[in-house]
Design a binder for this molecule. Structure first.
Ligand code: OAD
Length: 259
């Protein structure tokens, strides 16, 4: 496999990989939305850096499926903080470029852990939002579902208009399983294979996020990481960019010449 040392060489090499690819996978995490003003989960300014929440429990407990069933007002309080950060914010150039790229390839997929919905907002169609979308609500008791623009109009915790049970966001909370439709969609696409795999703005702590990059790497498929910090996968990727997602994606897209 070719090597690249300077930033420009890495851009050229990544563009060459994309020009030679029909099937492209982008794996994204909180870092791709950092330039939209959203906090990340870990690292500087991350949501999970304080030891305990003001309710005297770790944030992982406050945002757990168990707490949602026991004390939904607590889970709603912290989910609302995440939603508040998304409110008024919008997708950025990195999301937009991935959306612009999609029709230029035979098959381009986004696997995102983000619940902000920005990939869809930017126009990406093939999106597997493996942790759900914070704007989608569902009843904890019946089949009622609702999509909201934001949480400002909701009474907390919001109740189902049909059965008066508590509503919850359709997101994966701590201690919960991934939704089977989402994992099945992911594994179907992974089985079809990809020619190049990108990892953007994620600490890659979950195996279903690091796995596709590590598998591709083992098979000699080019892998690209865009992250100012090092992550679980950094030592394994073909090309590592330590610059921000927006800048790198802009430069890659300029260098790619797809019809
Ligand atoms: P993390 O907060 O763990 O990691 C964000 C990554 O983005 C870090 O590695 C940063 O270095 C990087 N980063 C920051 N700014 C960036 C920029 N401008 N460009 C590129 N990268 C940048 O977020 P995730 O990996 O997404 O799950 O976290 C995964 C999951 O942990 C979340 O989906 C959430 C949380 O628990 C659930 O809620 C189930």
């Amino acid at each position: 496999m070719k090597t690249a040392e300077t930033y420009q060489q890495k851009i050229k090499l990544t563009a060459d990989y994309l020009n030679a690819s029909n099937n492209v996978l982008f794996i994204t995490g909180a870092g791709i939305s950092a330039e939209s003003g959203l906090p990340t989960y870990r690292g500087i300014g991350g949501l999970y850096n304080d030891d305990l929440t003001e309710d005297n429990m770790p944030i992982e407990e406050a945002l757990s499926g168990y707490m949602m069933s026991l004390k939904p007002d607590i889970t709603w309080k912290y989910i609302s903080k995440i939603e508040e950060a998304c409110r008024g914010a919008s997708y950025n150039r990195a999301h937009a470029i991935i959306a612009e790229m999609e029709p230029h390839f035979e098959r381009l997929f986004v696997l995102t852990q983000n619940v902000d919905g920005f990939h869809n907002d930017a126009g990406s169609v093939n999106v597997i939002d493996i942790h759900g979308n914070i704007r989608d609500l569902q009843c904890t008791n019946c089949f009622f579902r609702l999509t909201v623009a934001d949480y400002s109009e909701l009474s907390m915790p919001p109740k189902c208009p049909d059965c008066s049970s508590v509503l919850r966001p359709d997101v994966v909370l701590f201690g919960e399983f991934l939704q089977p439709e989402k994992t099945s969609a992911l594994y179907t696409e992974l089985e079809k294979g990809f020619d190049v795999v990108f990892s953007i703005g994620t600490s890659s702590v979950f195996p279903y996020i690091s796995g596709p990059v590590l598998e591709a790497s083992k098979m000699g498929i080019p892998t690209i990481e865009i992250n100012p910090a090092d992550s679980e996968i950094s030592s394994m990727v073909t090309v590592k960019f330590s610059e921000k997602a927006g800048t790198v994606m802009e430069d890659i897209w300029q260098a790619v010449k797809k019809d």
